[in-house]
Design a protein around this ligand. Structure first.
Ligand code: GLU
Length: 299
């Protein structure tokens, strides 16, 4: 298995020259495009890795699936989806244009901020602890530098949040909600942690190693569905057709992918395409899917 992953990583590495590291959050711009990694955990808890498995990066938009999970478990699907939609949108993740009251889905920033507002009364530490349990790694922490970098340079996210407040879809304090959102995006981990988290979703909410039940069945089902519908920005349909695996990307260059009942996958490559998806990461998932027959629409 490890040889197969190394071979896939080598192929992805040939794409190193493609794409750009995110620069709109200044602290993300220092990342080295040739540092790539791939990790795969099966539902028995066996982990296989290739590449720079210890290279750390921040969750960014991948955090949106975790906050959505917590909101679903806390409030139930009827309430959550009375506040945010479940349809894909052909617009950038930080769009202000696409919605009236209800953001289209919880994977665009507007929808994610509504979800963050539902969780803000829990402390950020509660979320961080939950991420640590999902990843089976108690050392995961906030990257303060990335958090401060985004907080001090983001004008778009406050615009979205204040707009939602005006529409009464954020009822909590806007600055506290933004604080929570920037922090959830700045949780730092590596591909092994991503593979662990993804494996919990693949294993219907039970951590394959610790055996701890962390997500109820229905919430895990919904989150995987939304990853498939809108997890890869406005390239979600194309990615699903090409790769056939529900996945969520972040502008740090990480992608978390779930093959239900089989594998949790984490990939990393900071060179992004124009939509914000890791080019090498998407390629690794495409190769993995075809070589290991992981397309969920085939059998
Ligand atoms: N913190 C980033 C933002 O809100 C996350 C974007 C992303 O990963 O898609 O702009």
């Amino acid at each position: 298995m490890r040889e197969k992953l190394i071979e896939i990583l080598n192929q992805a590495q040939k794409m190193e020259y493609l794409g750009n590291v995110a620069t709109y959050i200044p602290e993300l711009s220092h990342k080295n495009k040739n540092r790539m990694a791939l990790a795969l955990m099966d539902t028995k808890g066996n982990l296989t890795v290739a590449g720079e498995a210890k290279e750390s990066f921040t969750l960014q938009s991948m955090s949106k699936i975790i906050t959505l999970t917590r909101a679903l478990m806390r409030y139930g699907e009827d309430f959550v989806f009375s506040r945010v939609g479940v349809e894909s949108v052909d617009l950038p993740f930080n769009t202000l244009k696409s919605f009236t009251i209800k953001p289209n889905n919880p994977m665009i920033n507007a929808g994610a901020m509504v979800i963050s507002s539902l969780l803000v009364e829990e402390s950020f530490e509660t979320l961080l602890d939950y991420v640590r349990k999902l990843a089976g790694n108690p050392t995961i922490r906030l990257n303060e530098t990335v958090y401060k970098s985004e907080k001090s340079t983001s004008y778009r996210n406050p615009a979205i949040a204040y707009y939602l407040k005006d529409l009464n879809n954020i009822t909590t304090d806007v600055e506290e909600t933004l604080e929570y959102y920037y922090r959830q995006c700045s949780i730092e981990l590596n591909v092994c942690d991503l593979a662990n988290i993804a494996a919990v979703y693949a294993n219907n909410g039970i951590h394959p190693v610790t055996k701890e039940p962390l997500i109820d069945l229905r919430s895990a089902e919904i989150v995987k569905t939304l990853m498939a519908v809108c997890g890869m920005y406005d390239e979600s349909g194309n990615f699903l057709m090409r790769v056939g695996i529900p996945a969520k990307s972040g502008v740090s260059g990480g992608i978390l992918a779930v093959v239900p009942g089989r594998y949790g996958i984490g990939v990393y490559g900071p060179g992004l395409d124009e939509n914000g998806n890791s080019i090498a990461g998407a390629k690794m998932l495409e190769l993995l899917s075809s070589e290991m027959k992981l397309n969920i629409f085939s059998y």
